[in-house]
Design a binder for this molecule. Structure first.
Ligand SMILES: NC(=O)c1ccc[n+]([C@@H]2O[C@H](COP(=O)([O-])OP(=O)(O)OC[C@H]3O[C@@H](n4cnc5c(N)ncnc54)[C@H](OP(=O)(O)O)[C@@H]3O)[C@@H](O)[C@H]2O)c1
Length: 485
């Protein structure tokens, strides 16, 4: 977000032979280099457990990854692979492996004449985070000749206790100012624009409160089932995988107060205040579901329990709908409904702001004049943009209202949106923590959801290709209903 000067640095990717590196980080780095944003600024030292790679074979692997990502490396990128990518194994992560890594870091910095600024990117499975961070600390790598930053991928723990432990053990080696916890939703252009949309447009800012807003509904619907992630997903479920992190981030950005400045800690302070203002969740207002066999886009698909890797009789939820209440002056009494599910009819992420009905006394003598409340629909994917729904009088008829749309679409106004990882990698290099999750945010979010993990609601089945179990209807916000006259 900030347009700071990027200083030359070494990015050490621990887990640099994994899927995240292959599908996300390398393509993002390649695009950023091509655009000139990180050209000449970033040298990469990838590290994995495998000792089978050396610089040469790792560069071939990276070359393939770029081809797979539809970014066939041109002559200039082959140069980039050759000059800027290195590989060092950390084997089975013993102290001597990290001593060797340290020597290799220093050598690479000398080779490229770097000033000693370092980013350690943890792209390992979550179970390896703490061990890796501790080994880095013990090897004296938590500080260096320049600045040192550490990047952690989600999940940040799997309940309040494990998140606290993770934070506490990382803090023994790295200060909070050095830590960049990634929730890639925050790197999406449309999510960042929520802040400007609210705070730079007095039109919306002035109605952003309980006097004018009746409810807020945040939906993350996925067409896909659990697929190859079944084994992992079955031990996690939708509440942990989607609600506690991405959806709660969307809620806090929608509900937060004005920050004192447009800078990292001022914004994160306001997000934490929202989390602290959330009332404990009412279990009767939380519905869990699990998809059964059904049809998506005309194709028959198996139910969750028949997916390979799912435990027999599993009660893991692939759907969650819940109502949350932010108990502060601005939002008292306004339900925030969060809804997410797999195997829904379409892929969709949106925030719907439902405004209140107008005072209708004016129309009492015109029962045919059905009025619908205004709604602002913020679409985050797949068709990024905004739709403002408002009422107009239909021509000729005496008094008949029709809902119309004021629409804005990113792809009509701007060139291609950057991938979230491109945005986040630049921010890390610039030292801007605005889009990264602070330790207190993580803990407050877990505090909210842990009771539902302990006393889990019943899991209701829903056919694949539908919007979830019928039991959820009572807590969802009805769409497009006429206001009572
Ligand atoms: N893949 C994605 O699209 C994606 C998206 C968002 C977040 N993430 C997060 O990113 C992280 C990595 O995911 P991934 O999909 O890339 O996983 P992955 O494909 O399994 O790759 C894991 C990487 O970590 C290394 N590794 C495995 N166990 C290790 C250990 N005990 N100590 C040190 N290194 C170890 C592996 O090295 P070897 O290959 O040498 O064994 C490999 O380089 C996870 O935390 C995941 O939640 C991934």
């Amino acid at each position: 977000m900030a347009a700071g000067e990027i200083e030359r640095h070494l990015m050490i990717v621990i887990g640099g032979t994994g899927d995240l590196m292959r599908r996300k980080l390398l393509p993002a780095m390649r695009r950023l280099t091509q655009e000139g944003r990180l050209r000449g600024k970033t040298i990469i030292l990838a590290s994995g457990r495998r000792a089978t790679f050396d610089d040469g074979s790792y560069r071939d692997w990276a070359h393939e990854a770029l081809e797979e990502a539809g970014l066939p490396p041109g002559a200039e990128d082959s140069g980039w692979c050759k000059e800027c990518l290195h590989y060092e194994s950390v084997g089975d992560q013993q102290p001597e492996d990290f001593e060797r890594l340290k020597r290799r870091i220093e050598e690479t910095e000398r080779e490229h004449d770097l000033p000693g600024n370092r980013i350690f990117y943890m792209a390992t499975p979550p179970g390896a985070f703490i061990h890796t961070v501790e080994r880095l600390g013990e090897a004296g790598l938590s500080s260096g000749p320049g600045w040192t930053r550490v990047v952690i991928e989600k999940p940040f723990g799997d309940d309040l206790d494990s998140a606290r432990e993770l934070n506490e053990r990382i803090h023994r080696h790295f200060s909070e100012q050095q830590i960049y916890r990634i929730d890639h939703y925050l790197g999406k252009e449309t999510v960042q624009n929520l802040l400007t949309f609210r705070f730079a447009n007095v039109l919306f800012d002035s109605v952003w409160n309980r006097d004018r807003i009746a409810s807020v509904e945040i939906t993350v619907a996925e067409e896909l089932g659990v697929g190859e992630r079944a084994g992992f997903y079955d031990s996690v479920g939708a509440l942990r995988d989607m609600v506690q992190n991405h959806m709660t981030q969307l809620l806090t950005i929608t509900a937060m107060e004005h920050p004192t400045q447009f800078e990292a800690d001022a914004i994160r302070d306001e997000k934490v205040k929202v989390l602290r203002s959330l009332a404990p969740l009412d279990p009767s207002q939380a519905i869990f579901g699990q998809y059964a066999a059904g049809e998506v886009e005309g194709e028959s698909v198996p139910g969750y329990l028949d997916e390979e890797g799912v435990a027999e009789g599993s009660q893991t939820e692939s759907y969650v709908a819940l109502r949350a209440y932010v108990q502060n002056w601005r939002w008292q009494g306004v339900p925030f409904v969060l809804r997410t599910g797999k195997r829904m009819p379409e892929k969709l992420t949106e925030i719907v702001i439902n405004f209140r009905c107008p005072a209708l006394a004016l129309f009492q003598r015109h029962p045919e004049a059905t009025v619908r409340a205004n709604a602002l629909v913020i679409t985050l994917q797949p068709d990024e943009g905004f739709d403002l729904r408002f009422e107009v009088k239909a021509p000729r008829d005496p008094l008949r209202m029709v809902t119309q749309n004021l629409s804005f679409r990113y792809d009509e106004a701007f060139e291609e949106l950057p991938d979230a990882y491109e945005t986040l990698l630049v921010d890390i290099a610039e030292g801007d923590q605005t889009l990264f999750v602070r330790s207190d945010e993580v803990e407050e979010a877990w505090r909210l959801y842990t009771p539902l993990l302990v006393n889990r609601p019943l899991v209701h089945p829903y056919p694949a290709g539908t919007m979830g179990p019928p039991e959820a209807e009572r807590i969802l916000i009805p769409r497009g209903e006429a206001c009572p006259i």
